[in-house]
Write a protein that binds this ligand. Sequence first.
Ligand code: GLY
Ligand code: MN
Ligand code: MN
Length: 448
Amino acid sequence: MKKRTNKKSLLATSETIYSKRRKSLRSQIKGAVAILPAASLQYSSRDLLHPFHQDSDFFYFTGFNEPDAVLVLRGANTGPRSVLFLNEKDPVLEKWNGERLGTKRAKKKFQVDEILDIATLDAVLPTLIKGADTIHYALGSSEKVDKLVLGSLKSKIAPQPGHPHGLRDSRVFTSQMRAIKDRYELRAIRHAIEITSKSLLQLLPQLKSMSSELHATRELEALYARFGATGLAFPTIIAAGKNATVLHHQPKHQPLWKRELVLIDTGASFKGYNADISRTVPVSGKFTETQAEIYDLVHEALKAACNKAKPGSSLEAIHEAAVKTLTTGLCDLKILRGNPADRIADGSYKRFYMHRTGHWLGLDVHDISPLFEKNGSSVSSYLQPLVAGNVFTIEPGLYFDPKDAKTPAEYRGIGIRLEENIVITENGCEVLTSHVPIERNDIEQLMA
Ligand code: GLY
Ligand code: MN
Ligand code: MN
């Protein structure tokens, strides 16, 4: 008999994986202490709150989605190795802002040595820091913890054993751990992408009947909710016509005219992990000749960039491949003068392609860049050799300013971006977003 698999349980991340991640960080910091605060609630206007977004490092090591908590990890062999401070239950506040786990239930849920009420942080944190020579902490992540950490570092006497004398950014280690996605993370990313892809496949053929960018945006976001998204990766970009030349356009009551292209850059999130897909489609279902010329050029750049996505390559090599293809095409179309190498060297292609070709993707849409050292100095993570488990986007585009009199008139106001999500595998890469058509003919078929 076929074994029934429960999709929900497949998508669950167990406490064991968080516990393993904490253990791994503890072994890397050796005798030091790491302090990882949760995010706080943020007000948008007067006493109204923004949707809560957990601090991604804190979430990576706990899976806990409440504000104001603090995780402390100690490499030491004596005393507690892991302590989680969290908000105690409060029936009055819970009526307003939702249920809290509270210390009693947290003790059953988390495999940490101690669970304490956050109200004890001021008194207890200095005792947990004592004995560590280095504090791993991202200064600025919590005002309250900043004060406690800086207080612990103050000393009028010479550095001594047992008194912390070093502050190191905790993200030196956490960024490197988060750069290689484990199977739980990949599962969540795949699920966020699946939701986004299914939704786009339903939305695109209906675009021509939608009244505006804003209408299409709300329809897409409703599909995300219907398919089980836990949130939005970032504010949805749906940009019609020349609005697509503004990289982070905010959808408006702008009609979707038949002769125009619509750029959609969007992602659902699932349990903190994000998708980030871009497609550019003709509302009428058919690209004009000029639109097709630019579409094919951006698509060619995407393919050239994807060919560089393999172990040992780098985001920089991927970017260079995209820039080379785009600039060569712009010169062929006489939009840029002279030869491509010169136009790359003098940066004049940036008039039409002003952003990078991709970014790391994970718990943050623009995921944290792993700190990378070469010959003893830190260098940009764009130069880091890619390894299996790295997840990132590849997103070339071309944007022709509608008012740029130096651009041939037929191209002015065209904005096209194509964006795929990639995971590096042992031998190459997998395009995670391949279920959403991208070939020009396939797009036309879908839109028809
Ligand atoms: N929408 C943001 C990005 O593609 O990076
Ligand atoms: Mn995007
Ligand atoms: Mn992106």
